[in-house]
Structures are given as C-alpha cells and as structure tokens.
Design a protein around this ligand. Sequence first.
Ligand SMILES: NC(=O)C1=CN([C@@H]2O[C@H](COP(=O)(O)OP(=O)(O)OC[C@H]3O[C@@H](n4cnc5c(N)ncnc54)[C@H](O)[C@@H]3O)[C@@H](O)[C@H]2O)C=CC1
Ligand SMILES: CC(=O)C(C)=O
Length: 260
Amino acid sequence: MGKVNGKVALVTGGGQGIGRAIALRLSQDGFAVTVVDLNEETAQSVAGEITKAGGRSLALKVDVSNRDQVFAAVKEASEKLGGFDVIVNNAGIAPAKLLEDVTLADFDKLFHINVTSVLWGIQAAAAKFKELGHGGKIINASSQAGHVGNANLGIYSATKFAVRALTQTAAQEYAQYGITANAYCPGIVQTPMWSGIDKEITASKGEATGDATKEFGSKIALGRLSTPEDVSAFVSFLAGPDSDYMTGQSPLIDGGMMFL
Ligand SMILES: NC(=O)C1=CN([C@@H]2O[C@H](COP(=O)(O)OP(=O)(O)OC[C@H]3O[C@@H](n4cnc5c(N)ncnc54)[C@H](O)[C@@H]3O)[C@@H](O)[C@H]2O)C=CC1
Ligand SMILES: CC(=O)C(C)=O
C-alpha cells in the first residue's frame, strides 16, 4: 500500500497482541496512531515504539466499554493528531467456559467489552467523521468464532457474531456519508489472549497446557498458527484506499480453518 501521510487512526486494545501489530503497521503505512488500552503502561510502550521509529503517536488509557471515555478518546486523538480517519475497534476479552457454567455476570461483561464497546466506537468515529465533513473507515475485530460457534467459547462466539451484525448495519447506515465499515476475522493468533484460552480449556479438561493449541492448530490448512502481523497486514488493506469499494464485510484471515 502507498503511504497515507497526514491521516489519523485510533486502535483500541493497542497495547499488546493483534492491536499492537495493527498500531505499528498503520504507523508504517503513514498514519498518526492513537494507541488506546485499559493498560496505560502497554499503550505508552507501543506509542513509544512508534515515535522512536519516527512516527506520530498518542497513548490513552480508556475502558472501551465506557461510552464517555471512547468519545473523549476520539476527540483527543482528533485534536492532538490533527484529524480523524480510521477507528479500529480491536479490544476484546475471551474467557473460556462451557455454556452450562456461564453466569449473568460473565455474559454481561463479555458483551460490554466485546460488543457495546464496538457500538460506542462506531458512534464516536462516525460522529467525528461527520463533524469533520469527510468519510472514514470503521474496522472491527470479529473472529472465525464469529462465523461458527466454538465449543468452550460460546458467549465469546456470540459476541463476535454480534460484531458482524453491527458491522453490516453500520455499513448500510453510514454509506451515505462516505463511511465504510468492515471487520476482520482471525483464526488462532499467538497472543496473550490465545495463551489464556489454551490454559483455561486444557485445565478444565485435565490436559496439558498446549494441547488445545495442537487441536485447533491441526485444523489450519496452511499448517501454522497466525502471527499478529498476518492480521495487521489485512487491517492495513482495510484502513487504506485499496479497500474503498468494500463495506459491510467480515472476511476470514485464518490460514484456512473455515471454508465458508
Ligand atoms: N488471539 C486470537 O486468537 C484471536 C483474537 N481475536 C480478536 O482480536 C482482538 C485482539 O485480540 P488479542 O490481541 O489476541 O488479545 P489480547 O488479550 O492479547 O489483547 C487485548 C488488548 O485489549 C485490551 N483490553 C481489554 N479490555 C479492554 C477494555 N475494556 N478497554 C480497553 N482495552 C481493553 C487489553 O488490555 C489488551 O491490551 C480481540 O477482539 C479478539 O477477540 C479474534 C480472533 C482470534
Ligand atoms: C479467540 C478467537 O477468536 C479464536 C480462537 O478464534
């Protein structure tokens, strides 16, 4: 992709894993990047990596399930970095549990962090794009688990199906303003989230740590787990001009786990 100098992006959950890779990649693409995370230290560390490499960046501590904080982050990003063009609603959590063990508190927490946050991100970004008088790009994190319900990850899967629904609706409601909305659906990505899922699933079955990774990994046609950079390369396309004629889509970037 060519450089998009002067444009501004905001990445939630940018302090580690996939979000960190996206923040670094969008900076390489020429975006000024606001790194948002609940963990201020990791957000600052990633923003520091960007500025050290010659990019422009800002770190903000935000709980993405809090609407006021998300709107304030978009405002601050726009004011401090000089515009607003792309939001990547990437932050999420993935506790592993059987359906029979899920409590209302588990359900509410997952939906607030994985879905309500995406709604706030869509609202805040679209309002800012309209205020600035131009279009923009909304990019949301779904998953292969947003296409097929995963055992042990039932409520998580439900949240990722919901992200696809919000993405499709946003595409239709905001197209008239030149705003596109798409999602990315990774498979098994080597991040702290995936390590946590493996530990929880294997512990609940009395298996050795790593066994869940072997089982899921055996289903990947390309024969290896995903790196965060596999995903950030696709998000780079979604954030850049080459995806201008694409909206409402949630493609898999999973090495060939699901064939839909
Ligand atoms: N790792 C994987 O295998 C896959 C991950 N995904 C999705 O990709 C996204 C990123 O996943 P990973 O990088 O693996 O996760 P991760 O757990 O490694 O990183 C998530 C980041 O989000 C932040 N975060 C969590 N709750 C937050 C909140 N309330 N407010 C602000 N920040 C918060 C965390 O502090 C962390 O920095 C998630 O939406 C996840 O569901 C999708 C498919 C596969
Ligand atoms: C965590 C996740 O979304 C997976 C394994 O697809």
